[in-house]
Design a protein around this ligand. Structure first.
Ligand SMILES: [Zn+2]
Length: 467
């Protein structure tokens, strides 16, 4: 079976390349309104590619913004699990154009890589899925896949998915599934197969301190009335203790700690701390005591001061007791922290650090986003791991964590099914940057892995996901 899949993918790799070349020529930049007709054309192109692959149900789903593509291919087996694949067909803007060595929408093959905007993020990856479905069918010899496949391909991911939650709510009855496969991430290296197992959530806030109702002369009033800027910096200073632990009440109560196995596997992830520092253009690393940099980035929650202001900011001096001060904060969350509990904790922390005579307000920028986590001992992850190992001729895959998050948390919340990440981008793909590229062999491996994954999931059966 392995060879059937591999042979099929090798025999048909040129078709993937032809498709990729055609699709990448459509500049579907969701962030720029002048390109919105192209995003619609991109959706139509992918819908047609799904029809050509054999999906019997293919629909364009309009939203208040840009359209998504939905494709469904039922299995013949009523006990077969239903898999929902998520990805996006829109792309990032291309500025600064002068830094591109080739034209962003004229795909160019350069040895083992293909360069164009969207090559890795996310069009190349979606096309490996279409080839993967064909390889799966070729290997099983059946007319329909061994699992029911549902593809939900968004058109606004690169603009922050503003209408995605509404789309999920509107189409909820069509989206029932036993497991979700997210294809919008990458692996550590060509020879180091890996899978994302967590993405941090986020709660952004702004805290304002109001003191006297007007800026006061510091000679006349200073020393006798509370200074909101000084009070606010005390609050900011109290946010972390000397070990870098966040002092918001209850902040760590719900945190799901890394298991020993996870820590051991994370420690095997090749990570060049010097390169990371150079990339950050920073002169030191810091963070919560007792954790490695990779653990701090992916598996630990944080509080960050994003901006701080108040009082006189102009040239020269202006001797005042300012009336107002503010700080913008963001909290990165990990599983199983709940944004609502964090918001309550922050409000208590602010109240506790508001001295007499200061009025504090906490302004929330939205409800916040939950973290998502793929526990590595679940049947879904184990099946993913076997499928990737087979495709890459590897013994094991390394679990990785991402520091930020996309629409995955919304999917998990709406569909309440286990999730895994199958993505084959590489760290140097320059996604969101000039000269985006994809390594073609990774796309072929991705197609193989997907073909194996549908077989693995079918073998688990629907009941297998409910452990
Ligand atoms: Zn993406």
């Amino acid at each position: 079976m392995t060879n059937d899949v591999r042979t099929f993918v090798a025999d048909h790799s040129a078709e993937l390349l032809t498709d990729l070349d055609a699709w990448l020529r459509i500049p579907g930049i969701s962030a720029q309104p002048e390109y919105h007709p192209e995003v619609a054309r991109s959706a139509e192109w992918f819908a047609e590619a799904c029809r050509r692959t054999g999906f019997p149900v293919v629909e364009i789903w309009p939203t208040a913004g840009l359209p998504a593509v939905y494709a469904e291919w039922p299995s013949d087996d009523p006990d077969a699990p239903t898999v929902l694949v998520y990805g996006h067909h829109d792309v990032q803007p291309v500025d600064p154009l002068e830094l591109w060595h080739t034209k962003p929408f004229e795909p160019t093959v350069d040895g083992p890589v293909l360069r164009a905007r969207g090559a890795s993020d996310d069009k190349g990856q979606l096309l490996f899925h279409l080839l993967g479905v064909r390889a799966h069918l070729a290997a099983t010899g059946a007319a329909n896949p061994a699992v029911t496949l549902k593809f939900l391909i968004e058109g606004e991911e690169e603009s922050g998915s503003p209408n995605f939650e509404a789309l999920l709510a509107e189409r909820r009855d069509r989206l029932d599934c036993d497991v979700m496969v997210i294809t919008d991430t990458g692996m550590l290296a060509e020879d180091t197969p890996s899978a994302v197992t967590g993405m941090r959530g986020m709660v952004p806030a702004m805290v304002s301190f109001h003191g006297p109702d007007l800026d006061l002369h510091s000679g006349v009033f200073g020393g006798a009335v509370p200074n909101p800027a000084e009070a606010l910096t005390r609050l900011v200073a109290a946010l972390h203790d000397a070990d870098g632990r966040v002092q918001v009440p209850g902040f760590y109560d719900d945190v799901l700690d890394l298991t020993d196995t996870e820590r051991e596997l994370l420690a095997r992830v090749p990570f060049d701390e010097a390169a990371f520092l150079a990339n950050a253009k920073s002169r030191a690393l810091t963070g919560e005591a007792g954790y490695t940099t990779l653990e701090r980035l992916g598996a630990r929650p944080t509080a960050e001061v994003n901006g701080l202001g108040g009082g006189y900011q102009g040239t020269g001096s202006k001797t005042i007791v300012p009336s107002d001060a503010f700080v913008k904060l963001s909290f990165r969350l990990v599983a199983n922290q709940r944004p609502a509990a964090i918001r309550a904790g922050v409000e208590a922390f602010v109240a506790e650090h508001t001295p007499p005579g200061i009025q504090s307000t906490v302004h929330w920028e939205g409800e916040g986003v939950e973290a998502c986590l793929v526990p590595i001992d679940t049947p879904a992850y184990q099946a993913l791991s076997r499928a990737i190992c087979t495709a890459f001729d590897a013994e094991l895959i390394l679990p990785t964590r991402e520091g930020g998050s996309g629409p995955e948390a919304g999917l998990q919340k709406a569909l309440q099914a286990p999730m895994v990440f199958l993505g084959v981008g590489l760290p140097d793909d320059q996604i969101h940057a000039p000269n985006e590229k994809v390594t073609l062999s990774m796309l072929y491996k991705g197609a193989e892995a997907a073909a194996h994954l549908w077989r693995e999931f079918a073998e688990l059966g629907r009941a297998g996901f409910k452990n």
